[in-house]
Ligand binder design. Structure first.
Ligand code: ADP
Ligand code: MG
Length: 150
């Protein structure tokens, strides 16, 4: 596990840049879990990762749409928010199996604990007063490989 202090939002953006830099060349099928309380910075991190992957348009929160797709050069990124989901069965309504080829940035993985088994990287964001901390855990060989570059 790699722990990173995030004193301000700029630090969260820098973490996003570093995460993007360590993504494997073949990003398809990579599942990154963004876990933490409301306001911990999950959407901020996902938004900044999309920017660093070259997306310059608007990045709305997927709270109501659940899935926001982004066609980027060489990969489709799915920004997902499971906050309003109540279990594994409902993942089917999202067309989960059709999303698995993309790079998935997923908020509120707690809603479907079974996702941990499929995931590559867990980014746990926590409050530290007004600041935040991130804890990165590799959940697969690909995830561990990313952390090896830290
Ligand atoms: N490292 C940080 N330190 C302090 N505030 C931060 C940090 N990172 C993000 N923020 C702020 O915290 C809030 C996070 O909101 P958001 O990203 O929507 O959280 P979440 O998606 O986890 O609910 C934003 O207002 C953002 O400006
Ligand atoms: Mg969010």
């Amino acid at each position: 596990m790699t722990k990173i202090p995030l004193p301000d939002e700029a630090a969260t953006q820098a973490l996003a840049a570093k995460l993007v830099a360590t993504l494997p060349a073949d990003k398809s099928g990579l599942l990154v879990l963004l876990q933490g309380e409301l306001g911990a910075g999950k959407s901020t991190l996902a938004r900044a990762m999309l920017r660093h992957m070259g997306y310059s348009g608007r990045v709305p929160s997927p709270t109501y749409t659940l899935v926001e797709p982004y066609e980027l050069f060489g990969v489709t990124v799915y920004h997902i928010d499971l906050y309003r989901l109540s279990g594994e069965k409902e993942l089917e309504y999202l067309g989960w199996d059709d999303l698995r080829d993309g790079l998935i940035l997923l908020e509120w993985p707690e809603r479907v604990p079974q996702l941990q088994k499929q995931a590559d990287l867990l980014v746990q964001l926590d409050y530290d007063g007004a600041a935040r901390t991130a804890a990165l855990t590799g959940l697969s060989a690909r995830g561990e490989e990313m952390l090896g570059h830290w």
